[in-house]
Design a protein around this ligand. Structure first.
Ligand code: ZN
Length: 238
């Protein structure tokens, strides 16, 4: 059932002609889903987890996100967690990581830093997520139209941003395939740097963490890179 009407503030003042639709969801359509248990997490393979994220992204793109009973999941997960993956994303407000993969409470760890690069603190978070907490997949998720990538290409300088952008410069330097200007106005270059930035991040994980390298070699985890397309919502795995 679709209701289109006037939005009223609680004091009854008419705010605006409604441009939003309020959609009533039948109770039966809300997924009564328990948070992941230790046994369920242990039974998953890295490939299962990758497939689960890809399938969730297909639902996101198809506007078919799962409606979850969050209040129940909050209570269930209060004392423990057994997430299946850790995703390293940019801080960008247009990349809602859980939604992009149609995941709920207790499903995934999310680490975020502008430009989704690797440093010691992010590596520590990944080691915790996998070695300590049992997650099976590390996914580095870059995105198109990334402001940090733009700023790194243009050599922006401001406060702590200057030092932060140095983490992205290796990807800028290695991106030499795109024709045209070497500025953020060149969409081809921005795309190339975004992909290379993700590739360098995935390589750095095993280069700098002997723990994660050993887990990868033993088949305990997978490490993947992907880029989120803002125009379509599609996650393109590299
Ligand atoms: Zn970004």
């Amino acid at each position: 059932m679709t209701i289109v009407g006037l939005i009223l503030f609680s004091n009854g003042i008419k705010a605006q002609q409604a441009t939003e639709e309020i959609i009533e969801i039948e109770k039966s359509r809300i997924l009564i889903e328990s948070v992941l248990s230790a046994e369920e997490q242990a039974a998953l393979t890295p490939l299962d987890v990758l497939n689960s994220l890809a399938a969730g992204n297909e639902r996101f793109v198809g506007n078919d996100l799962t409606a979850r009973d969050h209040s129940m999941q909050i209570r269930e997960s209060a004392s423990s967690q057994y997430p299946k993956a850790i995703v390293l994303s940019c801080v960008d407000s247009r990349v809602p990581v859980e939604d992009v993969f149609d995941k709920g409470i207790g499903d995934i760890f999310v680490a975020r830093v502008a430009g989704n690069f690797i440093n010691d603190d992010i590596l520590g978070s990944m080691e915790f997520a996998t070695k300590v907490a049992g997650a099976k997949l590390i996914l580095v998720l870059g995105h198109e139209n990334c402001g940090a990538i733009h700023a790194a290409i243009d050599g922006a300088k401001l406060g702590h941003i200057t030092k932060m952008l140095k983490n992205i410069q290796p990807a800028v330097k290695m991106s030499t395939q795109s024709e045209g200007l070497r500025t953020s106005k060149n969409r081809l270059l921005v795309h190339e740097v975004s992909e290379n930035n993700v590739r360098l991040a995935t390589e750095k994980i095993t280069k700098d963490s002997s723990i994660l390298k050993a887990m990868l070699e033993n088949g305990e985890i997978a490490i993947k890179g992907a880029v989120y397309d803002m125009d379509t919502g599609v996650v393109n795995f590299l």
